[in-house]
Design a protein around this ligand. Structure first.
Ligand code: A2P
Length: 357
């Protein structure tokens, strides 16, 4: 079969499907590995590629080299991930963009359109006039014309400056929900963000946003796993048509050095043993069964592969009941984003830090 002329008949997503058809038809001719089928979810704006039901996180608390970050993203593409999550803050936009460009050159992916890419606006740029320039800078880092999803990283605004963590308490300023969201909507209208959404928003923040939004957020990405189940927020988002995505789906990277309540959960360990799966897979499968998109991070190819293998088996009703009874504990707090010294000059921390179980 003449592969290239055949593929030229298709563009974008259709091209990816055509290539998948060719893979099945011509076997190893394209030298692409067999991959697990990953379900996809259409987001409310409908302009872009649907979001694969699991993604790869790229937040990194360690000082990992760009080369390691690029290699991990490439490994994730090799095992079959087509959904990546980055942010202006993380320093992973450039290595991720390079990995996707290289995967395209190598024919591992048909084109950039085959990959769903999310990036985020940092708190220092949460000002109406800085949103579009910040997205343009992220796009330059990613070497891309558009992102599939652009998120407001936190409902927190601090004085303009380079993206950094922690931020100074005295630099916090009231969050301009209407002004920032108008600018996000403009990013969408310009086609630079196929979908727009938020991250770390509670129901109270979403209430404020929805009151002013012309284009409602498609996604709210929050900390979620069996140890922080976010029932209130999930019910709210389901009612409003907002897809929830889960960061720290495996309990996070030991952010506060207190062990990992997900990976060390005896309840999850029992279920994992009974199902012949790993604890990580049980956690990811449970999140998927709640209608949420998990975004696990891993630099290890075997674990990356494992994190994709969650779609051809199910938890039982008893498993779900046991998981629903796990004591709840939130790890990531807004307060941790600020340096410990200094005062909140013009905003109330309780506005940022609403804990909803
Ligand atoms: P590694 O990068 O060495 O694989 P989260 O996604 O909740 O932030 O958790 C990320 C942490 O979980 C990373 O430290 C990652 O380590 C580890 N991890 C990712 N996938 C797995 C897995 N399948 N089994 C065990 N640990 C995992």
């Amino acid at each position: 079969m003449h592969v290239k002329p055949f593929l030229r008949l298709y563009s974008g997503r259709h091209r990816a499907h055509a290539r998948a058809f060719l893979d099945r038809s011509v076997g190893r001719e394209l030298a692409r590995p067999a991959m697990a089928a990953v379900p996809e979810v259409a987001l409310r704006h409908g302009a872009g590629r649907p979001m694969p039901a699991v993604g790869v996180g790229t937040a990194d608390s360690a000082a990992t080299s760009p080369e390691t970050k690029r290699g991990a993203a490439l490994a994730a593409l090799e095992v079959g991930f087509r959904h990546f999550d980055t942010a202006a803050l993380y320093g992973t936009e450039a290595p991720l963009g390079e990995a996707i460009a290289e995967a395209t050159r190598r024919g591992l992916v048909a084109s950039r359109e085959e990959v769903f890419v999310t990036t985020k606006l940092w708190c220092t740029q949460c000002h109406p006039g800085l949103v579009l320039p910040s997205l343009r800078e992220s796009l330059r880092n990613l070497q891309m014309e558009y992102v599939d999803l652009y998120l407001v990283h936190w409902p927190i605004s601090v004085r303009p400056g380079p993206p950094m963590l922690p931020v100074k308490r005295e630099d916090a300023v009231p969050f301009d929900f209407e002004g920032v969201w108008r600018a996000m909507e403009e990013c969408h209208r310009l086609g630079l963000a196929k979908a727009i959404g938020v991250s770390n928003f509670t129901t109270k923040h979403l209430d404020k946003l929805l009151a002013v939004a012309t284009i409602p957020p498609a996604v709210n990405q929050v900390e979620m796993n069996p140890v922080w189940q976010q029932r209130t927020l999930r019910e709210y988002c389901a009612a409003k048509g907002i897809r929830v995505a889960a960061y720290s789906p495996l309990g996070g990277q030991n952010w506060i050095g207190e062990g990992n309540d997900v990976m060390e959960s005896p309840v999850l360990a029992d279920i994992a043993r009974a199902r012949g799966k790993s604890i990580a897979q049980v956690s990811l499968r449970w999140i998927h069964e709640q209608g949420v998109t998990p975004i696990p991070k891993s630099y290890n190819k075997e674990r990356l592969k494992q994190n994709l293998e969650i779609f051809d088996w199910e938890l039982t009703k008893e498993d779900r009941l046991k998981i629903s009874q796990i004591p709840q504990k939130k790890i990531v707090t807004a307060a941790r984003m600020f340096s410990p010294d200094g005062e909140f000059a013009s905003v109330d921390l309780s506005d940022m830090e609403i804990v909803e179980e």
